[in-house]
Design a binder for this molecule. Structure first.
Ligand code: FAD
Ligand code: SIN
Length: 539
């Protein structure tokens, strides 16, 4: 099978790229693959909103740039920050043109929310279900392009490079090239070979590596793991962002998020004694950047031996609360919590991966003809800690930038089509010889639980060298067992996700071991200071 542009992922990043590319090349085919349904993405679950400089009287690009750089704790790439902040409003206007509705105030102006680390109100939102609205608008726009095919329930297993044609490929091979993907068709259970001159990875995050996460099941870091296997560059994986306020509801997965916008509107964190403890940790109190708030909560829970703290919204006014946060209000009611009468039990949960596939300023990865955008990418925007509501923005800006660059790339590749065709002919079909149906699916589920336990216990919000070493040893064993299973067993999404998550765990641990300092989201009690050396860890 061939396509002109292959996009893996139907969240905000993949859809942005696909819509633009299909509009520019009406006679070319754009294929989007998603492993489940079209809208089952991290994007759909986004709550708080999308940051952008909208109120030019009070806000400015400089302020948004500074806030992003401060949150990133010295590791942001300034060029990436400037690009995202300055091009952001244009991209937001585009999705408004596609039909996305953001809340307005009585004067008919956009109602701009505030979240941790922002010095101004600059977050556009649709109630507390912004992501659902953005995904809806993008899918509606997508359906206007007849040259886009969106294939559901196809699971990409690996990207194809010269390695699959029998060449030795290592980290130092200079011209590793992507020719498309091997993908498991979940309806036929067959692995197809889908070839494309240009491939875009937009596979989202990896929260499923942890026991408690706000991320849906799809977030298993597949894109990052595939690129790592293909010997591409991966960066800063140790910077896992824990959202401070996931609803504490033992046994529920994923954890339901209580958006930071609730604190932006006046919600106060309290410990079990009712103390508003954030005053002791940071002058910005409940609206300090996420790394600081999550660590403070972690400390309070450890001190008191509790599994949660509380978010107090009782003073916020019922009508106002329901108007801005109808979904949260209903969810809490459904488990017996009237937020006007009771405090909401909350605890931190793995939420966002700041690192990922290393890209340049137009989304190019270290592998030829392969782009990455969205949460799976490390563009340099977030550094050591992402500023709230900057990720939908980043996905749109870099989805657009990858599109612009791939227009030129496409022309370059088309002029050499004969060589290209010859190369494609040499790519073998998937070889499933010697593999059998899994004897015990339960082994896969158990290993995934073990992985999540290891990552949560040893590589969480507060780390130290002994814990990292333990994690590393336990992951080695899981890796060994899972690779043996992979060699002999027919490929299934469960097995592939487990394998990918183990790779993600390995990359997080390795990044954390190499970073002998505490910075942003990475806090190691054996190295509590910041190093003078500003360093990105590339694996
Ligand atoms: P996703 O939207 O996650 O899409 C990934 C796609 O890749 C899916 O279609 C999936 O099926 C596909 N895929 C993955 N692996 C494979 C495979 N092997 N084969 C085929 N397909 C595959 N950010 C903000 O800026 N503001 C917010 O308010 C906000 N709130 C959030 C609330 C929650 C609860 C969560 C979880 C995240 C939130 N974020 C927020 C973060 C933000 O939503 C995500 O970072 C962003 O949506 C990621 O978009 P994406 O396009 O990169 O990936
Ligand atoms: C939230 O709404 O608190 C999440 C925002 C984000 O992850 O950027």
């Amino acid at each position: 099978m061939h396509t002109d542009f292959l996009v893996i992922g139907s969240g905000v990043a993949g859809l942005t790229y696909a819509i633009k590319t299909a509009g520019h090349f009406p006679n070319k085919k754009v294929t989007i693959i998603t492993k489940v349904t079209a809208d089952e993405t991290n994007t759909k679950y986004a709550q708080g909103g999308i940051a952008g400089v909208w109120d030019e009287l009070k806000d400015s690009f400089d302020k948004h740039i500074d806030d992003t750089l401060i949150a990133g704790d010295g590791l942001c790439n300034r060029q990436a920050v400037e690009v995202v902040v300055k091009e952001g409003p244009e991209r937001i206007q585009e999705i408004i043109n596609y039909g996305a509705q953001f809340d307005k105030n009585e004067a008919g102006e956009y109602s701009l929310g505030k979240e941790g680390g922002h010095s101004e109100n600059r977050i556009l939102h649709h109630k507390d279900v912004t992501g659902q609205e953005i995904e809806r608008a993008l899918l509606a726009e997508l359906s206007r392009h007849k040259n886009i095919e969106l294939i559901k329930h196809w699971f990409v297993v690996d990207i194809i490079t010269q390695h699959h044609m029998g060449y030795l490929v290592t980290k130092v091979t200079p011209d590793i090239t992507c020719y498309g993907v091997y993908v498991l068709n979940l309806k036929t259970n067959k692995i197809e070979k889908l070839l494309a001159p240009i491939t875009v990875i937009a596979t989202g995050g990896n929260g499923q590596a942890y026991r408690t996460t706000t991320n849906p099941k799809i977030a298993s870091g597949d894109g990052v793991a595939m690129v790592y296997r293909a010997k591409g560059r991966i960066e800063n994986m140790e910077f896992i962002q824990f959202h401070p306020t996931a609803l504490y509801e033992p046994g529920e997965s994923p954890s339901f998020l209580i958006t930071e916008a609730v604190r932006g509107d006046g919600g106060i964190l309290r410990n079990k004694d009712g103390e508003a403890f954030m005053e002791r940790y940071d002058v910005r109190k409940d609206l300090a950047p996420r790394d600081i708030v999550a660590r403070a909560i972690d400390n309070e829970m450890k001190r008191a031996g509790t599994e949660n703290v509380f978010l107090d919204c009782r003073h916020m006014g019922r009508e106002k609360f329901i108007h801005h946060f109808p979904n949260i209000y209903q969810k809490c009611l459904s488990i017996g919590i009237d937020v006007m009468e009771h405090m909401i039990p909350v605890a931190p949960a793995a939420h966002y991966s700041c690192g990922g596939i290393k890209t340049d300023i137009v989304g190019r990865t270290s592998i030829q003809n392969l782009y990455a955008c969205g949460e799976c990418a490390s563009t340099g925007l977030h550094g050591a800690n992402r500023l709230a509501s900057n990720s939908l923005l980043e996905a749109m800006v870099f989805g657009h930038r990858a599109f612009v660059d791939s227009v030129n790339k496409h022309q370059e590749l088309e002029s050499d089509y004969a060589t290209w065709e010859k190369k494609l002919a040499a790519i073998p079909d998937w070889n499933a010889k010697g593999t059998n149906d899994p004897k015990e699916m339960i082994l896969i589920t158990q290993s995934q639980k073990e992985l999540q336990q290891i990552m949560s216990d040893y590589v969480g919000i507060v780390r130290n060298d002994v814990r990292l070493e333990r994690a590393s040893r336990r992951l080695d064993l899981l890796h060994e067992e899972t690779e043996a299973l992979y060699e002999n067993t027919k490929v299934s999404p469960q097995l592939c996700e487990l394998r990918n998550l183990i790779t993600i765990g390995y990359l997080i641990v390795k990044g954390a071991e190499f970073r002998k300092e505490s910075r942003g989201l990475h806090y190691n009690t054996d190295h509590p200071e910041k190093s003078e050396l500003l360093q990105n860890i590339i694996l």
